[in-house]
Design a protein around this ligand. Structure first.
Ligand code: ADP
Ligand code: MG
Length: 343
């Protein structure tokens, strides 16, 4: 008798969900990425009970065609790449075609969308069971709303790993803030248990951008931060770095983006640490909001399912560029500033 069997699609999706859907904040991250990829200029997030009971992301992006709606929930279904070559220079945040399939296998998911302002919209629902989604007409302006309820309702082992509502809420708040810093041209709103937490308008001028950074990182960060913008041989690094006197006991105020994607990368971390090495006390951490722009074909984003890591084609060059840019900026700070510390 044959012992090897194909997994049924639901189980396959639940296994994949283990990689991308760890907690409510991972769902929020995927949904926000989809909204941004759809060209939204306004994204509204609603959560209840730390996202465990409800997460709703509503955008004014391009929407999903009626005929594509059921496909959007299928695994390995994406509108973002078609062939391997596309992956070489992927410009969207998503490309794996896994998020919605994974989320809908471990929660109750409703997707409502409309591709035009004229017609009515359509809705599909999937409740952690099969991937046969039912289509129904539904009113919706141009754009998409994804509603995710009862995360892990059918996977008790995973639900046990969830922390308190407060902790889960803090994680998802972090994720939204991280995204809000990646796209100043998009308005972000968060409501928690039906109460408005923040509502940030599009920031197009430098003053508006700095206001958003202050809202996310705190006014104390912005008041002393150095603004940098350095370009050299096809690489650009811009953003705000804290003076050495504004240092932290934890690495909790560090935002680094590569081509608009928030990443946590060893190479980048090392380059930044090295630049601060001589001006920071041992055990203290720098604070920064930095944007690295590189030719997309010189960076591989398909390294990890959560897409938090990247791989540069020319490590050494990127490392040296980040190090020397920051080193140079920090060298302009008066030496007397370096001994005080905050937090
Ligand atoms: P991926 O983002 O990797 O393509 P997802 O599972 O996150 O995979 O989404 C599947 C597809 O559903 C996307 O490729 C996109 O076409 C569509 N989609 C998902 N969310 C949205 C949205 N908010 N607006 C428009 N299209 C969306
Ligand atoms: Mg996606």
């Amino acid at each position: 008798m044959s012992r090897i069997q194909l997994l049924n699609p639901r189980l396959a999706n639940q296994i994949a969900a283990g990689e991308v859907v760890e907690r409510p904040s991972s769902v929020i991250k995927e949904l926000l990425e989809n909204s941004l990829d759809a060209g939204a200029t306004r994204v509204e997030v609603d959560v209840e009970d730390g996202g465990i009971k409800l997460m709703r992301v509503r955008d004014n992006g391009g929407g999903i065609d009626k005929s594509d709606l059921p496909l959007a929930l299928s695994r390995h279904a994406t509108s973002k790449i078609r062939e391997l070559d596309d992956l070489e220079a992927v410009a969207t945040l998503g490309f794996r075609g896994e998020a919605l399939a994974s989320i809908s296998s471990v929660a109750r998911l409703t997707l409502t969308s409309n591709t035009s302002d004229e017609s009515a919209g359509w809705q599909v629902t999937a409740e952690g069971r099969d991937m046969q989604a039912e289509l129904a007409p539904a009113a919706h302006p141009k754009g998409t709303t994804v509603e995710v309820r009862d995360l892990f309702f059918n996977t008790p082992a995973r639900r046990k790993f969830l922390r308190t509502e407060k902790t889960e809420y803090n994680h998802l708040d972090d994720v939204i803030k991280r995204q809000a810093l990646s796209r100043f041209d998009v308005a972000f709103t968060l409501r928690n248990n039906n109460r408005a937490v923040y509502s940030w308008r599009e920031a197009s001028t430098q003053i508006e951008r700095e206001r958003r950074v202050a809202q996310v990182c705190g006014p104390a960060f912005m008041e002393q931060a150095l603004h940098i913008d350095i370009e050299r041989s096809g690489l650009r690094l811009w953003g705000w770095v804290a003076q050495p006197s504004f240092n932290r006991s934890q690495a909790d105020l560090q935002h680094f983006y590569v081509n608009g994607r928030a990443i946590r990368d060893k190479l980048v971390g090392h380059a930044v640490r090295q630049a601060y090495q001589d001006v920071l006390y041992h055990g203290r951490h720098p604070a920064f909001v930095l944007y690295l722009e590189v030719d997309p074909s010189t960076v591989d984003v398909n390294v990890h399912p959560t897409k938090h890591e990247v791989r540069f084609r020319d490590n050494r060059r990127v490392h040296d560029f980040i190090f020397s840019s920051l080193h140079h900026a920090l060298a302009q700070v008066r030496p007397g500033d370096r001994l005080e510390s905050e937090t």
